[in-house]
Ligand binder design. Structure first.
Ligand code: MG
Length: 393
């Protein structure tokens, strides 16, 4: 039977809250070189020719967020996002009920480096044997300990470290889950449910690159793996510049870098006229050769009247992400005779780095006067210029 004669679903287990990562964000949403880990994982299955549909088991409070990521990153095979249960086992069980394939793979959301060939190998093995899992031989010498004392060396010749995807005939794994539920059995992976029922599971040799990202150390390894498989940095970097001017007027608020600054005058414009953010957005769009803010947020559109430019900045971030790029650094200068801006620079940097999801050390903001010369010097307006560096993922 050819692989495509039958339908294959994959359940992505993404309902974890990531207690081992020192981040307040669940690990599956942490950005790995500009792209959330879960999207990197979903993309592998999106591109796999043997996978027909993707079912995502998510925390119930995250289903909307995942839906927006799936839309933004063009994951077309995502068939359902199922609110998970109290445990991984329960979440997977709920998602399995939505799977329409005769074969189903179950995969961790935080294993983005599974290779296409490995997915195909598991599917092929399930076709022949009914149940299969990726794994790798144990390479470390294993010891049993009692307290902090080593008591014996464990023979590792028959041991493997189990990974995902694990694959099953859908009817088989569903009945294994139902059996577990009715008998109150809780296990840490789906193979164990089959073992419990005496169903043999085939071992498919995987790769040590297929790591599960659960700790901050794993994140460092993941960046390393990604960078070795990526083109050289020099081939993937782009630079853009931006420049903007707004007139100072009475009865307007002065907002720069998302910070409201007390002053007798404010900047005039269709939006909040945040000249600094406008220059930065133009630099970002320029780096990606995607036009300018006038193209994306025309001032003839009522939608953008008095718009908060930080909201526009987060839109521009999404536009870049969709184009496969992300910001690596920004340097900008505000040109104004008055007021004094240095007390507000730090808050501007915080606003911008938070909105772009990058480190504050990658966002530089400076301010200068023009020694009284020109329109800025006469206090008629404020200008800003920015340069932005982006990387293609
Ligand atoms: Mg402007």
């Amino acid at each position: 039977m050819s692989e495509k004669a039958i339908k294959v679903s994959v359940v992505i287990a993404a309902a974890g809250s990531g207690s081992r990562m020192s981040s307040n964000m669940p690990k599956q949403y942490i950005s790995l070189c500009g792209v959330p880990i879960i999207i990197r994982t979903l993309s592998v299955f999106e591109e796999s020719p043997v996978i027909d549909e993707i079912i995502i088991a998510a925390r119930s409070e995250d289903t909307e967020y995942i839906a927006s990521l799936v839309r933004d990153f063009g994951i077309t095979k995502a068939a359902a996002i199922i609110p998970g249960g109290a445990s991984r086992q329960e979440s997977v069980h709920l998602a399995l009920k939505a799977a329409r394939g005769e074969i189903v793979l179950i995969h961790d959301a935080v294993r983005p480096f599974v290779a296409n060939e490995q997915i195909s190998a598991v599917v092929q093995c399930v076709q022949s044997y009914g149940a299969a899992s990726l794994g790798v031989p144990v390479v470390d010498t294993l010891k049993r300990v009692s307290g902090d004392t080593i008591s014996e060396t464990v023979d590792r010749s028959s041991l493997v470290s189990i990974q995902t995807p694990q694959g099953f005939k859908t009817s088989l794994i569903l009945s294994a889950h139902e059996h577990a539920e009715s008998s109150g059995l809780f296990v840490t992976d789906d193979c164990a449910l089959c073992e419990e029922m005496g169903i043999p599971v085939k071992y498919v040799h995987g790769s040590r690159m297929n790591i599960k990202i659960t700790t901050p150390e794993d994140l460092i390894l993941a960046e390393g793996i990604l960078n070795t498989t990526k083109k050289k940095e020099g081939d993937t970097m782009r630079i853009g510049t931006g420049f903007d001017v707004h007139r100072l007027a009475e009865d307007r608020r002065l907002i720069l870098g998302g910070v409201e600054i007390p002053y007798t005058l404010g900047l005039l414009g269709h939006s909040d006229a945040d000249v600094l953010l406008h220059a930065i957005m133009d630099a970002m769009l320029g780096a990606a050769a995607l036009g300018d803010i006038g193209t994306h947020f025309p001032d003839t559109d009522e939608k953008w009247r008095n718009a908060d430019s930080l909201v526009l900045l987060s839109e521009v971030r999404r536009i870049l992400e969709k184009s496969g790029t992300y910001v690596t650094s920004i340097d900008a200068t505000i040109i104004a005779q008055a007021p004094k801006l240095s007390p507000y620079i730090s808050e501007m940097r915080t606003n911008i780095s938070r909105t772009l999801g990058i480190d504050e050390s990658a966002v530089s903001i400076k301010a200068t006067t023009t020694e009284g010369l020109g329109f800025c010097g006469r206090g008629e307006g404020i200008a800003a210029e920015a340069i932005c560096c982006i990387t293609m993922r």
